[in-house]
Design a protein around this ligand. Structure first.
Ligand SMILES: [Zn+2]
Length: 206
């Protein structure tokens, strides 16, 4: 079963706290973080090596469930994303007897290359991310529950995740080494294009 394999492969390769740091969820040295499943004002959720557990609301799950909640995507998409981002080969067992090299995609004709709308200038990417952070922060303010113990709406959670994600990318560009910054831009070029595009669409005229 492919679906069973992918979840197992992910679980054996990535810990919840590794995924949390990779996708920008802040945690302390004890791997405690704010819960993604209830309105948490201080870190109540503990990230273990094979699962997470919230001491506030009791929510528990594995690395795939955590990633799905963090990125606002389905569990199967989260598993695929983890495989991609952590270089996990889900067909390992099946292919063990005949290892195959992944062929790089070659473009014979330059015109077939997907055109990138990402600015070559790093400063311009940073400006776009900062703008996007402002937009998502404003959305969070507008969408935040009015009562102190009010439910978080899906839209609020989405804006909050987008805000954190942009913050993570921004950190890599601002505080990473030159190499880390370039790797971030290369690895997440499509995502960055999307973010900058959104920032542009929200930008005030002039
Ligand atoms: Zn909780």
């Amino acid at each position: 079963m492919i679906q069973h394999n992918i979840f197992e492969a992910v679980k054996q390769s990535v810990t919840p706290w590794q995924a949390a740091s990779f996708y920008g969820l802040k945690q302390n040295r004890e791997h405690m973080c704010r819960c993604l499943f209830h309105r948490d004002t201080h870190p109540s959720m503990k990230l273990y090596d094979d699962h997470f557990y919230c001491f506030g609301c009791g929510k528990t799950g594995d690395v795939t469930a955590l990633t799905a909640a963090l990125l606002g995507i389905s569990q199967i998409d989260a598993a695929k994303r983890l495989c991609e981002d952590f270089g996990i080969d889900t067909d390992r067992k099946d292919k063990a007897s005949r290892p195959e090299l992944q062929e790089p995609v070659l473009y014979e004709d330059d015109t077939l290359m997907p055109e990138s709308s990402l600015p070559e200038n790093k400063a311009e990417i940073i400006r776009g991310l900062l703008r996007y952070r402002q937009i998502t922060e404003k959305q969070m303010q507008e969408l935040s529950p009015t009562a102190p113990d009010g439910e978080w709406s899906d839209a609020f959670c989405k804006a909050s995740k987008q805000h954190s994600r942009a913050g993570y990318l921004l950190d890599m560009l601002l505080f990473g080494t030159e190499q880390e910054a370039n790797e971030t831009i290369n690895m997440h070029s499509l995502e960055l294009e999307g973010i900058l595009d959104a920032a542009r669409r929200f930008a005030p005229a002039g």
